[in-house]
Design a protein around this ligand. Structure first.
Ligand code: EPU
Length: 339
């Protein structure tokens, strides 16, 4: 089978920030076999590579001087079922939101709170995507990947993935050492109805409907659409920064001057702070210069209104980091991967 590697390939429509950039080489893999084939190709010995999923959590700073491997491994299959649970294997190149809709349609509960998160299923365990009181780790049973060194297929169970807030082993020990090929989820036949996150409960009350996977999914879609820009219209990659985790001691100090600081309990001794609040308080919400800026409805989201470059966004993010640090003595870090 011949391998079709494309030279000088535009990435403009493959990143939700809509940044204009080219990859020196580009290859799309739809099966495990074609992925194995490219991994054994000579080009991979000399060129650096980057695996692209939904392109929703990356910021491309420049043209990519290497080979971009686009993951298009598809397939959603029920593999096991019992009275309470259904096990589903999903190809890593499937679109996350499509997978959520598939579950909701089958009345399987567990991922409905994560509706409308852009990106691919394969990216979900890497940064343990989360929203509205749920995280991917709550339903992931195991993750299959190719180990880039041995070129063999391996599998990690949920606990071996070492999940934490927006992190996992794939961001640490296995960073750049593997390509995720399949994720297995354990979904509930009985609805979980996690409406603990304030906005969902009030949205359901406003819509006058009871909690169910379908109604929660709809509520989340409504809430997200109001707060977050549609990447089809305004380039962005969701939350640009992670919510910082600081000691309760430090929080107490900041509270003296800012008693209204938005914070959540993280552990006995640490608290999570809403970075959006910090950025808004530092005066950046709605900021715009040329074609780049800070979204006016959610300060955690940096946006490209048209022709911003990756470097415009990076420079802006650095300015925001410095100003938040100066005002609150808190360091915030990108959750977006800069390549
Ligand atoms: N806030 C402000 N100003 C802002 C934005 C937020 O004051 O401009 C305050 C508000 O008080 C709000 C609180 O911060 O109540 C939290 O805001 P929000 O509910 O929008 O959530 P978030 O902490 O900003 C996180 C995730 C989102 C996820 C939402 C909903 C991170 C980095 N982001 O945002 O995930 O959708 O919770 O659960 O944890 C993403 O990762 O791309 C993403 C969008």
């Amino acid at each position: 089978m011949s391998i079709s590697i494309v030279k000088n390939f535009p990435l403009d429509h493959l990143n939700t920030f809509n940044i204009s950039a080219n990859a020196k080489f580009f290859y799309e893999f739809k099966t495990l076999e074609s992925l194995k084939e490219i991994l054994n190709h000579n080009l991979l010995k000399t060129e650096k590579s980057f695996v692209l999923g939904g392109g929703s959590n990356i910021l491309i700073s420049n043209d990519f001087d290497g080979i971009v491997l686009k993951n298009s491994i598809k397939g959603i299959h029920i593999t096991k079922e019992n009275k309470n649970h259904t096990e589903v294997e999903v190809g890593s190149g499937e679109n996350w939101h499509e997978f959520v809709l598939w579950c909701v349609k089958k009345n399987l509960s567990g991922v409905e709170n994560l509706a409308l998160i852009p990106g691919s299923v394969g990216a979900s365990p890497i940064q343990n995507i989360g929203a509205y009181g749920c995280e991917a780790k709550d339903t992931i049973k195991k993750v299959e990947f190719i180990d880039l060194e041995s070129k063999t297929i391996k599998e990690l169970t949920n606990s071996e993935c070492d999940f934490s807030y927006r992190s996992s082993i794939f961001k640490k020990d296995l960073k750049e050492k593997c390509i995720i090929t399949k994720v297995t989820f354990l979904l509930n036949k009985k609805p979980i109805n996690n409406t603990s996150y304030g906005a969902i409960a009030s949205e359901l009350t406003a819509l006058k409907i009871q909690a169910s996977p379908q109604s929660i999914c709809n509520a989340v879609i409504n809430i997200r659409s109001r707060k977050l820009p549609d990447p089809q219209k305004i380039g962005n990659s969701g939350s640009f920064f992670k919510n910082p985790i600081i000691s309760n001691k430090k929080l107490k100090k900041i509270k003296v001057e800012y008693p209204e600081i938005v914070n959540y309990k993280y552990s006995q001794t640490y608290s999570k702070i809403a970075a959006g609040w910090l950025i808004e308080m530092a005066g950046w919400k709605g900021y715009r210069k040329n074609d780049f800026g800070v979204y006016d409805k959610q300060a955690l989201v940096l946006v490209n209104y048209g022709n911003a470059s990756g470097n415009d966004i990076i420079e802006l993010s650095k300015k925001i980091q410095r100003s938040v640090h100066k005002k609150f003595d808190i360091k915030i870090y990108p959750e977006v991967n800069i390549i």
